[in-house]
Design a protein around this ligand. Structure first.
Ligand SMILES: *[C@@H]1O[C@H](CO)[C@@H](O)[C@H](O)[C@H]1NC(C)=O
Ligand SMILES: *[C@@H]1O[C@H](CO)[C@@H](O)[C@H](O)[C@H]1NC(C)=O
Ligand SMILES: *[C@@H]1O[C@H](CO)[C@@H](O)[C@H](O)[C@H]1NC(C)=O
Ligand SMILES: *[C@@H]1O[C@H](CO)[C@@H](O)[C@H](O)[C@H]1NC(C)=O
Ligand SMILES: *[C@@H]1O[C@H](CO)[C@@H](O)[C@H](O)[C@H]1NC(C)=O
Ligand SMILES: *[C@@H]1O[C@H](CO)[C@@H](O)[C@H](O)[C@H]1NC(C)=O
Length: 791
């Protein structure tokens, strides 16, 4: 392309607007001024792109066509794209600032804790609160409107420092939260569940939020032709940046891509983030197959693709993927990258255009994708206060209702791992004095984990327990690293005096965090010895409470009869201490379930962090990953979680046979030799099956139960491992029963992926396992009588 000075000038201006990250803040607490189009300004009023009734695509084209005029205001007020809202409005990104009228925001439990609730509607409620608070802060000039969350990478390795951020393997959760956050309630309204409709009425969804999804894993080092990078303790950043992973087509389609696809297709995210690492030989931010063909093409992203911060410079500087920085800029824009978190594109794209490495039209496309999102958010519609939700302000942040939801979420995320002889709940008449011991006993910010903000306020575990009984507090260790045992005697003495002992142990961000993976799964330092000694000294029952994102190998405590009960509380958020106390004293009946396998320490030696394979490889001693493929010993299995009552689950009604309509492309000759149908040979999208189940609470305390449904396909050239295909949580008062229905979509839930990455529906007997001990078999048949003419 012939370089023309004028087009370059326009591009430079736009690059400031959209490709660079620059911040502009009004003083915190001051109302935000219009971003661009001011209806009171005669000049901007006349612009087509300021016309709120003009379709967005026309407004975008108009704006791009006028860019020289745009210079004036675009450069004075640039927009900071990067804000975070993983489990509450966060100030991790530069786009959000607390202070003034906005001293804090509601800080919900860390994502993995909410995952343990197995409660679909909870995600929506949290999403609505976060979006209301975000819009209120935007109106007050304290935050942006584009949030780079959630993180939907799968929790592949128990050492991963960012495992705490992930909703693990349930793609519907980030989708629910995204829909609630973006205000796209259409899907919610289609739900027949009255609970969801009720939810949709409580709070009007407010902002269009951008979802951030990191393609593939972000941590690991490189070896061999297509692998490498180490997740284990990435102290050397260059290792992280160099990580090249090798993923099979089968694992990509079956596991890694699933949550990303769900967020784009169903969650309607407004953005996707590409990562630092390479996948199968290409940096994700310069791979047109991933960005252009899959995300924008096949999945239909309506929004922008943004790099992880400085990942374009990383592909040149660290990975030496291109010879020149201009090629790196061009490769990424040509691959479909629209926005750079960093300055690399702003610095090098000009020269790349000059050299003809990238066309102006590709640059315009990138700009159009970002500006369209700003327009959808109302940033070109004048005064924020005159727009929908413009009335939200500081009084809508940290409201009593929002903080109550943070407490409920913490209640629901707590998992009772052990309750030997029913020592829990404690009683405030029998346990008048409680020794509260451990480095996490009186913590506040530890409870909100990473990608958090400033909470409205905290209730620490010590304060929470203090609401029920007199407490004697001993830290036991100076911090979670617990490097010595100097304070152990004082801790033992405390437990000798008390009627019950609660040890609050575990991890914090100094042990597991972004760029900080663990090297082991045991409790750090001398923590295990502290627990052991205090449990021996304790006069009353001893309870171990674990705060952590990832699993901890506490086999010693599981076996030890002196440690009567174990609770895993994740990082339970601002109200975590109150929730822990409510569970300890039985005001709340725990109903959470582990959202991931708790592996023993011995697992680590056999599963290198760098091995991306999901499936076990017994010949090489590789144990495989997750509850699906790992068959070895566990500390606690996926789905484990006890309660203070008992539930009796019965299958009432379920189909024994399912017919799949087949396309005319398939004839009886082909069928007789096939034991599985390709998805595009059947319209199984229209086929679903319902399992009708009763859940009876035959104990003495009201409680909630989650019924998990797994399926095992008939044998074939795919994995016969069982997988979670559905679940339903139900609240059941003591002595009553509730009927529930778990609906399964045949295409989505009961298909398998062969070694070529092709999804198929196996014909024959599928085994469904309902809860712990109910089995039901359904046979799948191809229905040739009514072949579909065209699909
Ligand atoms: C929710 O809104 C719908 C539509 O306006 C209405 O029919 C329904 O009764 C409302 N539900 C509740 C629980 O308020
Ligand atoms: C959190 O705990 C630390 C250490 O005890 C204390 O200094 C700080 O004031 C607490 N912050 C809040 C908001 O309670
Ligand atoms: C309640 O149901 C469970 C599960 O079927 C069963 O083991 C238990 O004996 C029942 N308890 C009572 C009191 O009926
Ligand atoms: C059935 O389909 C196969 C593959 O498309 C084709 O080779 C074969 O001739 C067809 N047989 C009949 C009976 O139509
Ligand atoms: C899910 O969470 C919401 C909000 O806390 C709560 O009202 C509802 O009862 C929960 N559902 C179940 C089945 O526990
Ligand atoms: C249910 O099926 C699974 C998998 O086929 C099997 O391991 C289990 O023993 C069965 N349980 C019962 C109660 O039949």
């Amino acid at each position: 392309m012939a370089y023309n000075n004028n087009s370059f000038k326009r591009f430079r201006v736009l690059s400031v607007l959209a490709l660079l990250y620059l911040s502009f803040y009004t003083k915190t607490g001051e109302a935000r001024r219009p971003f661009a189009c001011d209806p009171n300004n005669k000049l901007t009023k006349s612009f087509k792109f300021c016309g709120t009734s003009v379709p967005i695509s026309e407004r975008v084209t108009d704006l791009i066509g006028r860019l020289t005029l745009q210079e004036k205001f675009c450069c004075i007020e640039s927009y900071e794209w990067w804000s975070e809202a993983l489990h509450g409005v966060s100030n991790v990104g530069p786009g959000t600032k607390f202070g003034g009228d906005f001293p804090g925001a509601t800080s919900f439990p860390q994502v993995i804790t909410t995952a343990a609730s197995f409660n679909d509607s909870l995600w929506e409620l949290i999403g609505q609160v976060v979006s209301d608070e975000a819009r209120a802060m935007y109106n007050g000039g304290a935050a942006g409107l584009t949030y780079w969350s959630p993180n939907v990478n799968i929790l592949r390795d128990p050492r991963w420092g960012r495992g705490q951020e992930t909703p693990v393997k349930i793609p519907s959760w980030p989708v629910s939260m995204l829909l609630a956050m973006s205000g796209d309630s259409k899907v919610m309204q289609q739900e027949t569940s009255s609970r969801l409709q009720h939810v949709a009425n409580i709070t009007l969804p407010t902002i269009l939020i951008t979802g951030m999804v990191l393609i593939a894993s972000t941590s690991m080092p490189s070896f061999g032709e297509c692998t490498f990078m180490t997740l284990v303790s990435i102290k050397v950043q260059s290792l992280l940046y160099n990580f090249r992973i090798c993923v099979s087509k089968q694992d990509l389609e079956e596991t890694y891509n699933v949550p990303f696809k769900g967020c784009v297709l169903e969650g309607k995210v407004a953005s996707v983030m590409c990562s630092y690492n390479q996948v199968n030989g290409k940096p994700t931010c310069a791979d047109p197959d991933i960005l252009k063909n899959t995300i924008r093409g096949e999945w239909g992203l309506n929004g922008y693709i943004v790099s992880d911060c400085d990942s374009v410079s990383v592909l040149y500087d660290n990975q030496h993927y291109t010879r020149t920085p201009e090629e790196a800029a061009a490769d990424s824009i040509n691959a479909g990258l629209d926005l750079d978190c960093g300055q690399f594109l702003a610095v090098h794209t000009e020269e790349a255009v000059k050299r003809g490495l990238v066309t102006e039209s590709n640059v315009n496309n990138a700009l159009a994708n970002t500006i369209a999102v700003q327009m959808r958010l109302g940033m070109f519609d004048g005064e924020p206060s005159t727009q929908p939700f413009g009335n939200l302000g500081y009084k809508d942040v940290c409201t009593p209702a929002h903080q109550q939801l943070a407490l409920e979420a913490a209640h629901q995320g707590i998992v009772l791992l052990k309750n030997h002889g029913g020592i829990l709940p404690l009683s405030n008449t029998r346990h008048k004095t409680v020794a509260v011991i451990g480095p996490n006993a009186d913590v506040n910010v530890t409870m909100i984990g990473n990608y958090a903000g400033i909470a409205c306020g905290y209730t620490t575990p010590l304060q929470g327990i203090g609401r029920y009984s007199r407490t004697i507090h001993q830290q036991g260790c100076a911090d979670v690293a617990c490097n010595d045992n100097e304070q152990f005697e004082a801790a033992e003495a405390a437990s000798k005096q008390a009627d019950a002992t609660v040890l609050i142990m575990g991890l914090d961000q100094s042990i597991e965090a972004e760029s900080r993976d663990r090297t082991g799964l045991l409790l750090p330092g001398y923590q295990q010895e502290l627990v052991f000694r205090v449990a021996r000294a304790s006069r009353g029952p001893t309870v171990l409470v674990l705060m952590s994102g990832g699993p901890v190998d506490v086999s010693f405590a599981k076996k030890d009869p002196r440690i009567g009960a174990i609770l895993w509380v994740g990082y339970p958020g601002q109200a975590g201490g109150a929730a822990i106390a409510d569970v300890l004293f039985g005001t709340t009946n725990p109903g959470g379930k582990l959202p991931m396998t708790w592996y023993p320490e011995s697992y680590l030696a056999k599963a290198p962090m760098t091995n991306m394979n999901m499936r076990a490889d017994p010949a090489r001693g590789y144990p495989g990953r997750t509850y699906r493929f790992y068959r070895g010993p566990v500390v606690f299995p996926f789905g484990h979680g006890l309660t203070f009552t008992t539930f009796d689950v019965k299958l009432v009604e379920a189909p024994a046979r399912v017919s799949l309509p087949v396309s005319s492309a398939v004839n009886s000759t082909v069928l007789s030799s096939a034991n599985a149908l390709k998805l595009d040979h059947t319209n199984c999208n229209s086929v679903s099956l319902g399992l009708h189940i009763t859940v009876k609470n035959n104990g003495t305390m009201d409680g909630a139960h989650t019924v998990l449904v797994y399926s095992t396909p008939p044998a074939g050239k795919w994995s016969a491992a069982k997988k979670l295909v559905g679940f339903k949580k139900v609240h059941v008062p003591a002595g009553t029963d509730q009927r529930i229905m778990v609906g399964l979509q045949v295409c989505q839930h009961l298909s398998v992926v062969d070694q070529f990455g092709v999804r198929r529906i196996p014909l024959g007997q599928h085994q469904l396992q309902i809860g712990e001990d109910l089995n039901h078999s359904v046979s799948f048949h191809a229905d040739l009588r009514g072949p579909i003419k065209s699909l």
